[in-house]
Write a protein that binds this ligand. Structure first.
Ligand code: IPE
Ligand code: IPE
Ligand code: MG
Length: 251
């Protein structure tokens, strides 16, 4: 099937296999991308927002059910104060200005992570954006902000023990799952990291156990619809065995 995108160039053909239901992305390389262009790191972060908009649109177009993006890690507080405060300001501003677009596009927004260090204004905006989009039925967009995989597992364990202090013998995978930050979504099928690093950097540690991992040297501001489709085409070539052997999969 010949598919063409808006620019008229030949599109990446995704008709050959199943699409991922859930895509998780580490949007990395903004700062280095800007530096290479003799621009301040914050310019890269601004361009990163444009790349995210493009990827959201592409996921929407493909009917991907869940898109989860890492915007700020538990460890990113270690950055220079000016960069941290710029990122917090950008988060606030983008949340505020994009909410109408999300409503128009039927997007359900979720924010995961520890909110304790955010300003009251940001926490309020997060809560109202989540509430406003809660009954939308299209793409579920999750933004991980002040998120860490370690935080997620500890937080879930604490919440579980608080709810069921008597639980010792019954403490197993199924007991903890409902308390993890992404209990509402299936685990990611496809993970994408831009920026050239091949590491997880404390992203979804529990949830990535069987995810297909895709790394690209492109910086996040260089990533968009076409690159997303290329990563999905790569995903479609993978055989997902979940511990079984190949021959069992057709059974
Ligand atoms: C990712 O880009 C965005 C955030 C972590 C907020 P970086 O800011 O890490 O950019 P590089 O990796 O330094 O180029
Ligand atoms: C991971 O990127 C976190 C986000 C993209 C939000 P980092 O740039 O912080 O990761 P490290 O420090 O290189 O591992
Ligand atoms: Mg980085």
């Amino acid at each position: 099937m010949a598919l063409f995108n808006r620019g008229g160039e030949q599109d990446v053909d995704l008709s050959k296999g199943a699409l991922p239901q859930h895509i998780a992305v580490i949007m990395d390389g903004n700062g280095r991308w800007a530096k290479k262009r003799m621009m301040p790191r914050i310019y890269g972060h601004k361009k990163g927002v444009d790349a995210l908009r493009d990827v959201i649109r592409a996921c929407d177009e493909l009917n991907v059910a869940y898109l989860t993006v890492f915007a700020f890690s538990s460890e990113n507080w270690r950055r220079p104060a000016e960069e941290v405060s710029f990122l917090m300001g950008l988060f606030l501003q983008v949340l505020d200005s994009e909410i109408e677009r999300m409503m128009r596009n039927n997007i359900r927004l979720k924010i995961i992570g520890c909110r304790e260090k955010f300003s009251a204004e940001l926490v309020e905006l997060i809560m109202s954006a989540e509430a406003k989009t809660a009954s939308n039925t299209g793409l579920c967009l999750t933004i991980a902000a002040d998120y860490g995989g370690h935080w997620d597992i500890l937080n879930a364990t604490r919440a579980l023990l608080q709810a069921q202090p008597e639980l010792v013998a019954g403490f197993d995978e199924d007991a903890i799952k409902p308390y993890l930050a992404m209990a509402y979504a299936p685990d990611p099928d496809l993970f994408i990291r831009t920026g050239g690093e091949q590491r997880i950097s404390n992203f979804l540690l529990w949830q990535l156990a069987y995810t297909e991992l895709y790394f690209t040297d492109l910086a996040w501001p260089e990533f968009g619809r076409t690159q997303l489709r290329e990563s999905i085409a790569w995903y479609q070539q993978r055989e997902r065995r979940f511990g079984r052997i190949s021959e069992q999969l057709s059974e």
